[in-house]
Design a binder for this molecule. Structure first.
Ligand code: F6P
Length: 557
């Protein structure tokens, strides 16, 4: 492998290396800390109009951020000087921007119309798409039968990380559009309980296993796949059954063959699609089986609408660029040390888990593209969940905790399952959270409220500080009309591109993940020590002590 750093634009000055810009943004942040968000709204009746954008029906409201014209202009000027636009084009044109692995980053080609796919990939992509559609149609139409002649109704995806989180999230998110006689399961954890509990729900005669692993060397996936294979053989008696019940998705065909899956049942992956960006590829098979090719095509179209927007819109009106700049502004200048995403949509129950890998495995890096340490903070922890549940769990911290947590709220106008006014209440909850975070409640307001409720002035004075809500806490809102495959494609691609633009601002490589390797190496030697083939004595006393504790307490099975 050649290690390349020559894809960097030598004309550009990385955002965080522009000293004047940094000084100016620090000064602006000091002023912004003293400026109330509520006053920004009071001073400008058209703030919402000025700081909201539409992307093919998806509304992005970023007005409740500590932004004004000068701050935005400064951020945009820095992004221009860092030549963010050429970084974006480098990705789309297939430059090897994943410099530590010498790879292009072209998951965007998977959702592009044919004429926009790089010429050398057109054949590969169109053939792969045809195969995925053919497999999914046969399963949906009951043309692909199990080894005993029964249709396949239990679809079990075995994979981890990007080979699990994307399809698991999307199948749940779009379950309203799914074929109802099929059940989907996602097994990822090496904890044997995961596969055992899943198999207990399945009938071997009607179960299809999709073994998803780009490398086909991931311990968790291979262990679970082996257990599934044994279960199938135990029940159906012959290993030829594998050809009817197993599909492999991988860039490593020989390893899939060695496992026992015939080549005819293998769908491709490529090194230019990162695991956490692979939902658009054959890794999306479970999704396409669930919703069918037409709806899957809509999902791809939603993703492409974002790519098109990213490439064509000026930075000032470019939603992923603004998302990235706002995030950098909040974390690098305004002092935020985590981000939260709250989806007011039950179908998006797994969206945050999916985003966590995409965001933190991509930008959890501390070294710049040129190998020097970053002198600035990079990705900050991302957390969140599903509103309104989260309101009754940890929103207290958002409102009155001593840390500022910038939020993204995601909400639909229409429910796919309307019941009386419930959707209006859900929407109201979402807006109220965003409004309360922004406006807060002053001590005077809290006191006046208590007095009005008939409380003695002395008691009101004691209680008011506890009822004061600082406000001034920033949030973005994404509002769609109704959750569709197109909208889900937009949401996923928006965050992908935000993460990419942030990596360009931070001057880091979003597409490798060397940090996860050390744990994998160590766990191999610890495992052999646990089963007494290896020597634990050469490690630290904590690890050695814990290994001994395991050995002393393991029960014979
Ligand atoms: O260990 C991290 C990782 O490599 C992720 O980046 C990836 O999504 C996951 O493991 C699974 O990898 P594979 O698809 O090769 O099994």
């Amino acid at each position: 492998m050649t290690y390349r750093i020559d894809t960097m634009d030598t004309e550009a000055t990385p955002f965080f290396k522009q000293e004047n810009l940094q000084d100016k943004l620090k000064c602006l942040a000091e002023i912004a800390h003293k400026t109330k968000l509520v006053d920004r709204f009071n001073d400008d009746a058209s703030r919402f109009d000025r700081y909201s954008l539409d992307l093919d029906g998806l509304l992005f409201d970023y007005s409740k951020n500590h932004l004004d014209k000068e701050i935005l202009d400064t951020l945009i000027e820095g992004a221009k000087k860092a030549n963010i636009q050429s970084a974006i084009e480098a990705m789309f044109s297939g430059e090897k921007i994943n410099i530590t692995e010498d790879r292009a980053v072209l998951h965007t080609a998977l959702r592009a119309p044919t004429e926009q796919i790089p010429a050398e990939l057109v054949h590969k992509i169109t053939e792969a798409k045809k195969s995925v559609s053919a497999f999914s149609a046969k399963i949906r139409n009951k043309e692909w039968l199990g080894s005993t002649g029964k249709p396949l109704l239990h679809i079990v995806n075995i994979g981890i990380g990007g080979s699990d989180l994307g399809p698991a999230m999307a199948v749940e998110a779009l379950s309203h559009y799914a074929q109802q006689d099929l059940s989907f399961y996602f097994v990822s954890n090496i904890d044997p309980t995961h596969i055992c509990e899943t198999l207990a729900k399945c009938d071997p005669e009607t179960t299809l296993f999709i073994i998803s692993s780009k490398s086909f060397s991931t311990l968790e996936t291979l262990s679970n796949a082996k257990a599934a294979k044994q279960w199938l053989i135990d029940h159906l008696g012959k290993s030829e059954a594998l050809g009817k019940h197993f599909i492999g998705i991988s860039a490593n065909v020989p390893a899939v063959n060695t496992f026992g899956i015939p080549t005819a049942n293998i769908l491709p992956m490529w090194d230019w699609v990162g695991g956490r960006y692979s939902l658009w590829s054959a890794i999306g098979l479970a999704l396409e089986i669930a919703i069918g090719t037409d709806e899957f095509t809509q999902f791809l179209a939603g993703g492409h609408s974002v790519d098109n927007h990213l490439r064509t819109q000026p930075l000032e009106q470019n939603i992923p660029v603004l998302m990235a700049l706002i995030s950098a502004w909040n974390s690098n200048f305004m002092g935020a040390d985590s981000n939260a995403v709250v989806c007011y949509e039950q179908y998006l129950h797994r969206f945050v888990s999916y985003l966590q890998q995409m965001d933190m495995e991509s930008n959890g890096k501390g070294v710049q593209n040129n190998g020097q340490a970053c002198e600035w903070q990079t990705a900050i922890p991302l957390w969140g969940g599903t509103g309104s549940d989260t309101q009754h769990s940890y929103h207290q911290l958002f409102h009155q905790g001593s840390r500022m947590v910038p939020l993204d709220f995601i909400v639909g106008v229409n429910s796919l399952n309307p019941i009386e006014d419930q959707q209006a209440f859900l929407f109201a909850n979402c807006l109220a959270q965003s409004q309360a975070l922004m406006a807060g409640k002053t001590k005077d307001e809290a006191t006046a409220e208590l007095l009005q409720q008939g409380m003695q002035a002395s008691d009101a004075a004691k209680l008011a500080p506890h009822k004061t809500i600082p406000g001034n806490r920033p949030s973005n809102l994404f509002v769609y009309k109704k959750l569709t495959p197109f909208v889900l494609g937009q949401l996923v691609a928006l965050y992908e591109q935000k993460v990419f633009v942030l990596s360009a601002l931070w001057n880091i490589n979003a597409f490798d993940q060397w940090g996860v390797e050390l744990g994998k190496q160590l766990s191999n030697s610890i495992k052999s020590a646990l089963i007494e083939q290896g020597d634990p004595l050469s490690c630290d006393s904590s690890t050695a002590g814990l290994i001994n504790h395991y050995r002393n307490n393991i029960q014979a099975t």
